[in-house]
Design a protein around this ligand. Structure first.
Ligand code: SF4
Length: 604
């Protein structure tokens, strides 16, 4: 805990096989080297997991982590991180989540939870003010996320308790299942929900009243005041995101010719405006909703009243708007919003769902999926009903949903066309076509967890001009930018703060904000070096699982098929050139940190 003196982290270790709960500490030296959140999580996984274990077996561990910033006045610190071995990729499976659950875990007295083993019957973990217990979840098994939240709160008589829970998708080991909290916030990626389901753990419920103390509260208040001013004055964090939410990007990325459309067949979507942030605001938007302690408030609240897609809930955010929209050729915002809410209730990652459905649509249009498999569904690009139907079918593994449940890589392989799955290391790519944003392609390829925009957000410099404008269509000089982003984002995920802060705040600002929290008196170099250490230990974890340069790649389409139209017309990603430079700067060979690099970072 961070109670004004430099003490260790307080962890709860829960063994579901033996039904034992144990208080543990992580010493300050380790905390200083790996910070919290993603950093501490991967360190635990690296130390405790045997290589090659089945991610859905009791040997896997599921780690919930907060960071030193979580639940303090540090802006946008209402988040937590989940770390495990991914059943979707076989590598590191980690996911970050907003909402209210992360701060509540710290208020309840713990910095993190390590879940191991497997329960005999469904259970949930209830933690209140420093004490935990396992309770039966038999009557909640099979319920959607929303009912689960309401009913467990009612059972406990704790309306303010916060739940991180799985829906039917996690229970049924859907490989693209996530863990949800506050009904709509998702630790969505890499199948973390399937790991929770494999352990028969329905929910982790937390409630507490202890505010996490920081090293220097007055010093922190002073730097927070300045940071909030910068966030207000920044065009993205002060205006764009609060006003239009993340869907503001639909038109921006489409105009750059990089909005992946119909399974990355092109980067220009004619229906973009119909699903844009601007249209969302004019039609179904009813409000906005921030995560805990966030001054940006990018979350959307929406209501569809027109049949047949009536729904009331949150979202869609940019990634879901795209994955269930342009990626599937769908321009019906009502259907996208409906499918998005079904994903939330079922506990599915909408990025992977939309990408896998798009892959299936291309397989079907190419005649590789026989019609009889589909139970009468017309699986063509542009069909809004297909995304809605497949969202719920996937959640309960019904009909063709059972095939979508395995993700795009396994699906495309099973129909003999692996090149039609748009993934890196088994994880579906997000909403940017790197043929129009070259550095972003290097970020995808070298991401430790696979296809991901949240390891290096090169959209900032290559499209938005933050902190300076780079030419998106050249591969030159991009490696150093990708590395800088990967290291600073490792720190954001380990302090556990929202990455959107980095539109306005630099590494200097984040260092200045961190020091009064931790008392570690870091320089910016210390801050960056720690991020580098975390990125490297993650890489060592996936190396041990068999990943190397051969896996730091992109789908063949992006390397060989020139973009057919728009501003990036004629472009492919020149990956090898960028990768050579990247490894040189990282101190890696064949996708692995060298012995010297491991020594230098204190990871031996
Ligand atoms: S910017 Fe958006 S995602 Fe980030 S913490 Fe704030 S509300 Fe949550």
């Amino acid at each position: 805990m961070w109670r004004g003196e430099r003490t260790a982290l307080r962890m709860l270790r829960v063994n579901l096989s033996t039904e034992s709960l144990k208080d543990e500490t992580i010493d300050e030296e380790t905390a200083k080297k790996f910070v919290g959140g993603r950093g501490i999580g991967v360190k635990i996984l690296y130390d405790e997991l045997k290589a090659g274990i089945d991610p859905l077996s009791p040997e896997n561990k599921l780690i919930f982590m907060t960071g030193p910033a979580t639940g303090t006045v540090f802006p946008a610190s209402g988040r937590f991180h989940v770390i495990t071995k991914s059943p979707l990729t076989g590598g590191i499976g980690d996911s970050n989540c907003g909402g209210n659950w992360g701060p509540e875990l710290r208020f309840a007295g713990f910095d993190g939870i390590i879940v191991e083993g497997k329960a005999k019957d469904p259970v949930y973990l209830w933690i209140k003010n420093g004490a935990g217990e396992l309770k039966s979840a038999e009557e909640y098994w099979g319920l959607g996320v929303w009912d689960t939240e309401d009913r467990i709160q009612k059972e406990l008589g704790e309306k303010r308790a916060k739940l991180a829970s799985i829906g039917p998708a996690g229970e049924k080991l859907v490989l693209i299942a996530g863990i949800m909290n506050d009904k709509h916030r998702a630790a969505g990626r890499a199948g973390v929900g399937a790991v929770m389901g494999s352990k028969k753990l329905k929910a982790v419920v937390v409630r507490g009243e202890r505010k996490p103390a920081v090293f220097d509260p007055d010093g922190l208040s002073r730097v927070v005041e300045k940071a909030i001013q910068k966030l207000k004055e920044n065009a993205v964090t002060g205006e764009g995101l609060p006003k239009l939410g993340t869907p503001i990007l639909i038109n921006v990325i489409n105009e750059s010719g990089a909005l992946p459309t119909r399974n990355f067949q092109t980067g220009v979507f004619p229906g973009a405006d119909k699903i844009s942030g601007e249209t969302l605001q004019k039609t179904i938007l009813t409000g906005t909703k921030p995560c805990w302690g966030c001054p940006i408030a990018c979350g959307r609240v929406s209501k569809v009243t027109e049949p047949p897609y009536q729904v009331e809930g949150e979202g869609p955010e940019y990634e879901t708007d795209w994955s269930l929209g342009a990626m599937c050729g769908v321009d019906d915002l009502n259907a996208i919003t409906k499918a998005h809410n079904i994903c939330d209730e079922m506990g599915i990652d909408p990025i992977s769902l939309g990408s896998t459905v798009a892959c299936a649509m291309e397989l079907y249009e190419k005649g590789l999926i026989p019609k009889e498999k589909l139970g009468g569904m017309e699986l063509k690009f542009g069909n809004p009903q297909a995304i809605v139907e497949l969202a719920w079918r996937t959640g309960i593994r019904s009909g063709f949903g059972d095939e979508i449940a395995q993700g795009s890589k396994r699906l495309a392989e099973s129909y003999g066309a692996p090149e039609l799955a748009m993934h890196v290391k088994g994880l579906e790519l997000p909403a940017y076509d790197p043929r129009g944003i070259k550095g972003h392609g290097l970020g995808y390829a070298t991401s430790n967890r696979g296809g991901c925009h949240l390891r290096a957000y090169m959209i900032a410099p290559e499209i938005l001009g933050i902190p300076e404008k780079l030419d998106p269509l050249t591969p030159n000089g991009k490696a150093k930018w990708v590395i800088a982003f990967q290291d600073i984002f490792s720190m954001a995920d380990s302090l556990v703060i929202c990455k959107f802060l980095t539109f306005a705040l630099t590494a200097d600002d984040l260092t200045a904000l961190s020091n009064p929290v931790t008392g570690w008196n870091w320089s910016v170099d210390d801050f960056n070096k720690t991020g580098e250490r975390i990125y490297n230990i993650e890489r060592m974890f996936i190396n041990r699982e068999g990943f190397s340069r051969k896996d730091d790649t992109l789908p063949e389409r992006l390397l060989k098929e020139p973009m057919p139209e728009g501003p990036a017309k004629g472009h492919v990603v020149e990956l090898d050139q960028m990768l050579d430079e990247y490894y040189l700067l990282r101190g890696w060979e064949d996708g692995r940190p060298t012995a010297e690099k491991i020594e230098e970072l204190g990871l031996r």
